[in-house]
Design a protein around this ligand. Structure first.
Ligand SMILES: NC(=O)c1ccc[n+]([C@@H]2O[C@H](COP(=O)([O-])OP(=O)(O)OC[C@H]3O[C@@H](n4cnc5c(N)ncnc54)[C@H](OP(=O)(O)O)[C@@H]3O)[C@@H](O)[C@H]2O)c1
Length: 280
């Protein structure tokens, strides 16, 4: 039995699908059971909240592996979660981390690296999926694309190699289930380096509608996040990530998806075609 945290999210939902497809038993963790009703009796449901460690401990009982995410969780609560997982058995923990965890000067990276270190210190077998920028981040553009045909870009000509959640999930499922893998850290990116204007061009072709990219300073993007309800320290941390992208620090392509799964990563073009209707 595998416990999937974030089972209703971009990556976790794909982890569930892929575990089920490989014949594994799955328990999904959610704050809202109605969000996992579509799986019916194909999964066990554990209703709980990561901020209530006792609900997590109950869900972790007797599982052989846990897919865990949510980097923003308070450090002490996270320590309790990991201690309770250990007390409930000896599951392998695959933690969705970020490429920024390998950076010295990234608050977002520190937030994830600290969690990785809690898992390392626990003595549990931990595997860390250090993900590059998700393709699904483009969903954040839906509002301005639909309203104005515009994507506001705070990362200038900086490049990332966007990765599809299903590819991240595929690596995570291998990390959960394949004892022969020896790596502890899996750095996972998509296969092609793209600026935001290049992603926007691909999206415009996929949707068949004109979309422009408009450069904005990082400060404006940070203020926009705060106005939309993001806590100021989180918005500031994300803003610092934008700066790292702008400075070219994230212009890296890793071959992990092909090495672990034997398949090439999904292209942004394919992803954009699959999801074009949402930008209409
Ligand atoms: N976006 C990127 O470019 C990027 C890059 C590297 C790493 N990451 C990591 O990926 C994470 C986002 O992954 P995602 O896009 O797959 O997630 P997502 O689609 O944003 O979904 C969030 C998930 O977290 C669950 N969740 C949130 N708070 C919870 C709580 N208190 N208790 C229990 N469950 C909770 C939600 O479950 P319910 O609502 O069902 O309870 C939901 O399934 C980030 O937080 C970051 O750590 C992101």
């Amino acid at each position: 039995m595998y416990l999937v945290i974030g089972a209703t999210g971009n990556v976790g939902s794909q982890v569930v699908e892929q575990l089920l497809a490989s014949g594994r038993k799955v328990r999904v963790f959610t704050r809202d059971a109605s969000k996992v009703a579509h799986w019916g009796n194909r999964v066990e449901v554990a209703v709980g909240d990561l901020t209530s460690p006792e609900t997590f401990a109950k869900a972790a009982s007797g599982v052989e592996g846990i897919f865990l995410m949510n980097g923003a969780l308070d450090g002490e609560v996270f320590r309790q979660l990991i201690a309770s997982a250990k007390a409930e058995g000896n599951p392998r923990v695959v933690f969705l981390s970020t490429l920024f965890a390998g950076f010295e000067n990234s608050p977002i990276g520190r937030l994830h690296k600290d969690k990785e270190d809690v898992i390392r210190a626990s003595g549990l077998s931990g595997r860390f999926i250090r993900a590059g920028a998700f393709m699904t981040n483009a969903f954040q553009w839906i509002g301005s694309v639909c309203a104005e045909g515009v994507v506001y870009n705070a990362t200038g000509a900086g490049k990332v190699a966007p990765v599809a959640p299903e590819d991240l999930a595929a690596v995570a499922v291998h990390a959960l289930t394949d004892a022969s893998l020896t790596s502890e850290v899996f750095e996972v990116t998509g296969g092609e380096l793209l600026t935001v204007p290049e992603q926007v061009e691909i999206l415009a072709k996929a949707t068949g509608k004109p979309i422009r990219s408009v450069d904005v300073p990082t400060e404006a993007a940070v203020q926009g996040m705060i106005d939309a309800g993001t806590p100021a320290p989180v918005a500031a941390a994300v803003g610092q990530s934008f700066e790292l992208v702008r400075e070219g620090k994230t212009a890296v392509v890793k071959d992990t998806i092909r090495q672990v799964t034997g398949r090439p990563p999904k292209t942004f073009q394919s992803w954009a075609k699959e999801h074009a209707a949402r930008f209409a």
